[in-house]
Design a protein around this ligand. Structure first.
Ligand code: FDA
Length: 309
């Protein structure tokens, strides 16, 4: 049942007809507020400031939007993020930026995308921040890794990449990335992939997540590791295995989405975990929001409750 609901929601997240209509409904707009403080980056900064001041929870920003169709749109996206780095600095936030390469034109022109990445990674370094690259569906993995590796080779050290534990190829990719002293965000993976490409069962994906995290922590290669998950049980399992090797919880960061398991975020920060929340904003929230529903179909009930007065 869970699997059917998840697949239906993932299908709905990519459906153009629904994408054009559902966001117009007030109940959808109210429901998305749970995971998104507002549509502007100023809304995101306003939400981040008290988290940092009161709970030592730091932040990361992403403007929602995927798969551009005109390359000039990518120029505007890159300019926007350059301004986000400046805003982070002006507001005194410990904040970073996370971007999907398709937002920077990966479907249209790889060289132009790379040039945008260089601009963003350069501004990240200038403002003592970081530039994180999200991982999209499996058809993008090779191109995304190639851009990341090129950035690192060309000295853009404040650049990180996301890898997905559900992909069968990820252990080999991590082996390749480790010698770069890379910054890696490990997530379970959010897309609907075929069996020959991705692990299907929750148990297998979780086991791969723990094994990859522990491998990176024990590698001694100075990797900056972010555990991008709300699965507190897995984080504690990883912390336990790391502790057994004399590695403390300050060796990694727990990275969660704004509004998901907020109590756990605060509890973990109190208990000495380094916690960062990824705050999304922007008006193109529909596919992203429906993928969040797919992660936990029970959230659909919350969305439907917004239909009530
Ligand atoms: P899981 O889905 O097993 O959830 C564990 C527990 O957390 C659940 O039992 C539930 O209690 C709670 N929970 C999880 N999701 C919830 C929700 N939506 N609402 C309420 N409770 C929820 N993916 C990707 O493919 N590419 C990427 O670049 C990224 N980037 C990224 C960055 C960050 C910071 C995070 C946190 C996640 C991503 N993801 C991602 C998404 C990731 O792949 C995955 O789909 C989600 O994190 C959900 O999986 P969990 O690891 O949270 O575990």
């Amino acid at each position: 049942m869970y699997g059917i609901a998840r697949r239906a929601l993932l299908w709905a997240s990519g459906n153009r007809w629904l994408k054009e209509r559902l966001p117009r409904y007030r109940f959808m707009q109210r429901a998305v507020r749970r995971f998104m403080p507002g549509e502007t980056v100023a809304d995101a900064f306003d939400a981040a400031a008290p988290l940092q001041a009161q709970h030592r929870i730091v932040s990361e920003y992403t403007k929602l939007g995927e798969n551009l169709t005109v390359l000039t749109e990518a120029d505007a996206v890159a300019d926007h993020y350059l301004g986000v780095y400046d805003g982070i600095k002006e507001r005194g936030l410990d904040g970073e930026v996370s971007v999907k390469l398709t937002q920077l034109g990966l479907d249209l022109d790889t060289e132009a995308t790379y040039a945008h990445c260089v601009r963003l990674a350069t501004r990240a370094a200038e403002t003592a921040s970081w530039f994180w690259i999200d991982m999209e569906d499996s058809s993008y993995v090779d191109r995304t890794l190639a851009i990341f590796e090129r950035l690192r080779r060309e000295g853009h050290e404040r650049t990180g990449i996301c890898v997905q534990s559900y992909l069968r190829r990820t252990p080999a990719d991590v082996e390749r990335l480790l010698p770069l002293g890379a910054a890696i965000r490990l997530v379970k993976g959010a897309y609907d992939e075929k069996d020959d490409i991705a692990l299907r069962s929750r148990g297998e994906v979780d086991a791969a997540f723990v094994s990859l995290a522990v491998t990176m922590l024990r590698s001694g290669k100075g990797v900056r590791l972010g555990l991008g998950t709300h699965d507190v049980r897995l984080v504690e399992q990883i912390a336990g295995q790391a502790a057994a090797s004399g590695i403390g919880r300050e060796a990694f960061e727990v990275q969660m989405l704004y509004g998901i398991r907020a109590n756990e975020q605060r509890r973990m920060a109190r208990e000495g975990y380094r916690v960062r929340v990824l705050i999304a904003y922007g008006d193109a929230w529909y596919p992203w929001y429906v993928r969040r529903l797919a992660e936990r179909p029970a959230n659909v009930l919350f969305a439907l409750r917004q239909l009530l007065p």
